[in-house]
Design a protein around this ligand. Structure first.
Ligand SMILES: [Zn+2]
Length: 227
């Protein structure tokens, strides 16, 4: 992962609270385009600047070549309002020498993943098992990968809860409705990715075994890990 810093100088005639909202909208657009790694970002006001630290999958994830129309539009709006350029710089990596992103020329298949407590992309290369940054995919109609990101976040919350409480009888078990809904959504998202990319995409169910051994052993009937 690369640690990036984004800062913007706010001129004194602008209201800081409003500019923070505008800045947040940029971060939201970066997120929806898959340019910011999973796990959120900081946002601080330092003097007359809004400063943000965040993780990205690649050194150049925030490069303009990866932007979509929504990101470009909001950068322009911020820069027009402030009369200053957005300053984006790479501070470094938190895992030097470690390969985290797929560089296969033509992956034969993708896997949709939601590994708890991970900052990896929701999409993994089925050949090298490394992250596929979402901004590499063909653009969707609304230039957003929110359906993939929403599935990933929901899965992480649900499966994280399951893992933490697997052996704790005192904690209420999640309704099977959640597990069924998240799997159904996962299969649906896989189908959409396959349609978008033409690359076979399947759901990677890391917790298959744990699900079989749920506390009351009443997990919903398994589905094939294919779309
Ligand atoms: Zn690969």
């Amino acid at each position: 992962m690369y640690v990036q810093e984004i800062t913007l100088e706010i001129s004194p005639d602008l209201e800081m609270e409003l500019m923070i909202d505008e800045f947040n909208w940029l971060m939201s657009n970066y997120h929806k385009n898959g340019q910011v790694a999973n796990g959120g970002h900081t946002q601080l006001v330092i003097g007359n600047r809004i400063a943000c630290l965040l993780y990205t999958l690649e050194r150049d994830s925030l490069d303009s070549k990866n932007n979509n129309i929504h990101v470009n539009k909001q950068i322009k709006r911020l820069e027009d309002l402030c009369g200053k350029k957005l300053d984006i710089r790479t501070l470094g990596t938190n895992n030097p020498g470690h390969k985290e992103v797929c560089s296969c020329e033509k992956p034969s298949n993708y896997m949709l993943t939601a590994l708890c407590f991970s900052r990896d992309s929701a999409l993994m290369c089925g050949d090298c098992r490394l992250s596929i940054p979402l901004y590499r995919l063909p653009k969707t109609e609304d230039e957003s990968y929110l359906s993939i990101l929403n599935w990933q976040l929901s899965s992480m919350v649900i499966e994280g809860y399951e893992i933490i409480n697997l052996k704790n009888e005192k904690v209420p078990e999640l309704s099977n409705n959640y597990l069924t809904a998240i799997d159904d959504l996962g299969f649906d998202v896989c189908a959409k990715i396959e349609l978008l990319t033409g690359i076979p995409t399947r759901l990677f169910q890391k917790l298959g075994k744990e699900k079989e051994n749920r506390r009351n052993n009443k997990s919903h009937p398994g589905k094939e890990m294919t779309t």
